[in-house]
Write a protein that binds this ligand. Structure first.
Ligand SMILES: Nc1ncnc2c1ncn2[C@@H]1O[C@H](COP(=O)(O)OP(=O)(O)OP(=O)(O)O)[C@@H](O)[C@H]1O
Length: 245
């Protein structure tokens, strides 16, 4: 059976003044796939992700998310789509003045009715916290948690809406190697449990090795090579080799 396409980006172009960042970039994300975007600093990985969640308007090209051309959606339709597309910020973006529970309840305010929240918020918060192994932190403040724990809480807050696809912006940056490995393993566990898909931006080779089903190399603004970790490490092309040496 052919796998469904979850995200399709076709011939994307984006420049800032004279700085041509994306030049004819394309990708396809399939159902239940963990796709890593690998590229140097400044190569346009964040710009790409921001185009996908429509924080940035591309100059040309097409982006389809869960079958919908996002340029055709109005604000309400885009809000509805955002429920299915989780985003884990590099900075975590937790609210420091709120407890862990309140942080997790926050996205429910926007996407669930008052009745739904009354009936199901408590169990949804607990399930998301259990997914990341941190149920005991429910009444703690973000400042009381380590960097790795804050990353897990941010992931739990993304999971609470049960997204079909999760976009991870450098999920292990700033973490020590052991904590980084735990987060990478958690990304794989979550994908299996929810049968979700993910785009993961990273240049942490350990994270990439653990999480990727496939890697796209973003070089000179385009999809320069796309293959599994193992196959890419065998390519003789010097521009690809740079990353694996
Ligand atoms: N809003 C903006 N205005 C002007 N230039 C921008 C803007 N956003 C990004 N850029 C430029 O686009 C290029 C790509 O930036 P981007 O943040 O996507 O890189 P990246 O691959 O994510 O890098 P890193 O790994 O360092 O995060 C950079 O040259 C950056 O200066």
């Amino acid at each position: 059976m052919e796998q469904k396409t979850i995200i399709e980006v076709k011939s994307l172009y984006k420049s800032f003044g004279k700085n041509q960042v994306l030049k004819d970039f394309s990708l396809t994300l399939k159902e239940e796939e963990n796709l890593v975007i690998l590229g140097k600093s400044g190569s346009g990985k964040s710009v790409l992700i921001k185009c996908i969640i429509r924080l940035i308007e591309p100059d040309a090209g097409e982006i389809r998310v869960l079958g919908q051309d996002i340029s055709e959606l109005d604000q309400d339709q885009m809000d509805l789509l955002r429920k299915d597309v989780g985003f884990l910020f590099q900075s975590n973006a937790l609210y420091d003045s709120m407890t862990v529970r309140q942080n997790l309840e926050f996205p429910l305010r926007r996407h669930w009715s008052a009745e739904e929240r009354q009936a199901n918020a408590e169990s949804a918060v607990l399930e998301a916290l259990e997914d990341v192994g941190l149920a005991h932190t429910i009444d703690m403040m973000p400042a009381e948690l380590s960097g790795g724990m804050r990353k897990r809480i941010a992931l739990a807050r993304t999971l609470i809406l049960k997204p079909k696809v999760i976009l991870y912006d450098e999920p292990t940056t700033g973490l020590d190697p052991i904590t980084g490995r735990e987060i990478s393993e958690l990304i794989v566990k979550i994908q299996k449990k929810y049968q979700s898909s993910a785009i993961i931006i990273s240049h942490d080779m350990n994270c990439i090795k653990i999480t990727s089903n496939r890697i796209i190399m973003l070089i000179e603004g385009r999809n320069y090579a796309s293959d599994t970790f193992e196959n890419l490490t065998k390519l003789p092309d010097p521009k690809v080799r740079e990353f694996f040496e």
